[in-house]
Design a protein around this ligand. Structure first.
Ligand code: F0G
Length: 351
C-alpha cells in the first residue's frame, strides 16, 4: 500500500480539479472508520464512527478547505475570509498558511471554543470577534467578499462541498457498500448535503449498490429544520452548531427527502450523555457538537426509526481537544500527593 496522498490526489477523477490547480494540502482525509462495540450493543445495529477529528486541524472542515483554498489559489486569490463557529476558521487559517495567503475570520464573540480560537491565532489569521451570532458573521463575510478582493471559503463556496463529499467515498470504500443509515450533526447544513452528494455519485456507478437514509441532528435550541423556519436566537452548549439560519437549507432538505431520512433535534443533555458515552465506552474523544450524531442514533433507535440489524455510520465531526471544558467540568478534581509510592497506592485503591 502506498501512503495516503490527501483527498484531492486520492479522488482526483471525481473532483473539479485540473493540472492547472495548485494542490494545497495537509494530507487530509483517510480518517478512521472505527467499529463502535458499545453503540452496536445498545442499538442492535452494526455501528461505525467516522472519526473526522483525526484530520490535520482536528475537524472535517479540512476536506472542504483543501478544495476551496486550492481553487482560490488557481484563481490567483491573495486573501480568504470566512465566518465560523471555530472549526472552519481553524482550518482556513492553516490552509491559507500553506498557500501563502492571508486569512480573515469572523467569529461570534465569546461563543467559540478556546482550542479553535488558539488555532486561528497561532496560524496568524486576522481574527475579529463579532458582537452577534454565527448567522450575523456569515452575512458580514458574504458582504465583504462581494465588495473587497477576498475569497469566501464558507460552505456556500461550491468547492467546499466537493471536498467534503469524499468522506462518503471513503466509507463506501471501507465497507464495500453504502451503509443503511448515516447519522450526522447539522449546523450550517453543508456537511449533510456533501455526504448525500458523495453517496449519490458512488451509487450512480459501480462502487455502491444503494444510498443510505440520511439522519441529521440539530441541538434543540438551534433547530431551524425541525421548526421549519430560521431561529433568531439559537442556543446550545454545542457551540459548533449554534446556528439559526443554515446556508445550505435547500440542499439539506433535498438530502433528507431524497434519501428517505429525517432531520430531528436532540437536547443538550442528550448531547452531553452521548459525549461521555463515546469517551468512556468507545475511547473516542469528540467535541460536544460531534456527539449530536450519536445522541441522535440512540434516540432514533429507541423510537424504532432505525431497526436493529442495520449498518449505521455516525460521523463524529471534531476532536475533543478543541473544547476540553466539558470534559473537565464533568470529572472529579484530581488529587495531589507527595512523591511517595505508599500514598499513590492508597489513593489509587491498590492497597
Ligand atoms: N460539527 C462540527 C464540529 C462543526 O464545526 C460543524 C460546523 C458541524 C458539525 C456542522 O456542520 O455546518 O456542515 O452542518 N461548523 C462550522 C464552523 C459552522 O464554522 O466551523 P454543517
Amino acid at each position: 500500500a502506498r501512503p495516503w496522498r490527501g483527498l484531492i490526489e486520492e479522488y482526483r477523477d471525481r473532483l473539479p480539479v485540473s493540472d492547472a490547480t495548485p494542490v494545497v494540502t495537509l494530507l487530509e482525509g483517510g480518517t478512521p472508520l472505527v467499529p463502535a462495540g458499545r453503540l452496536s450493543q445498545l442499538t442492535g445495529c452494526d455501528v461505525f464512527l467516522k472519526v473526522e477529528g483525526a484530520n490535520p486541524t482536528g475537524s472535517f472542515k479540512d476536506r472542504g478547505m483543501t478544495m476551496a483554498i486550492s481553487k482560490a489559489a488557481e484563481d490567483g486569490a491573495k486573501a480568504v475570509i470566512c465566518a465560523s463557529t471555530g472549526n472552519t476558521s481553524a482550518s482556513a487559517a492553516a490552509y491559507a498558511v500553506r498557500a501563502g495567503m492571508t486569512c480573515a475570520v469572523l467569529v461570534p464573540a465569546g461563543k467559540i471554543a478556546m482550542g479553535k480560537l488558539a488555532q486561528a491565532l497561532v496560524h496568524g489569521a486576522r481574527l475579529l470577534q463579532v458582537d452577534g451570532n454565527f448567522d450575523d458573521c456569515l452575512e458580514l463575510a458574504r458582504k465583504l467578499s462581494v465588495d473587497y478582493p477576498v475569497a469566501l471559503v464558507n460552505s456556500v463556496n461550491k468547492y467546499r462541498l466537493q471536498g467534503q463529499k469524499t468522506a462518503a467515498f471513503e466509507i463506501v470504500d471501507a465497507l464495500g457498500d453504502a451503509p443503511d443509515v448515516h447519522c450526522l450533526p447539522v449546523g450550517n447544513a453543508g456537511n449533510i448535503s456533501a455526504y448525500w452528494m458523495g453517496y449519490k455519485e458512488y451509487a450512480d456507478g459501480e462502487a455502491a449498490s444503494k444510498t443510505p437514509r440520511m439522519l441529521g441532528f440539530q441541538a434543540s435550541g438551534a433547530a431551524p429544520f425541525v421548526k421549519g423556519e430560521p431561529v433568531l436566537k439559537p442556543q446550545t452548549i454545542a457551540t459548533a452548531i449554534r446556528i439559526g439560519n443554515p446556508a445550505s437549507w435547500d440542499l439539506a432538505i433535498a438530502a433528507r427527502d431524497e434519501s428517505g431520512g429525517a432531520i430531528e433535534s436532540v437536547t443538550d443533555r442528550q448531547i452531553l450523555a452521548a459525549y461521555r458515552l463515546l469517551a468512556r465506552e468507545e475511547g473516542v474523544f469528540v467535541e460536544p457538537a460531534s456527539a449530536a450524531s450519536v445522541a441522535g442514533l440512540l434516540q432514533a433507535s429507541e423510537q424504532g426509526v432505525v431497526a436493529s440489524g442495520a449498518t449505521v455510520v455516525c460521523t463524529v465531526t471534531g476532536n475533543g481537544l478543541k473544547d476540553p471544558d466539558w470534559a473537565i467540568s464533568g470529572a472529579p478534581a484530581p488529587t495531589t500527593i507527595k512523591v511517595d509510592a505508599h500514598s499513590a497506592a492508597s489513593e489509587l485503591g491498590l492497597t
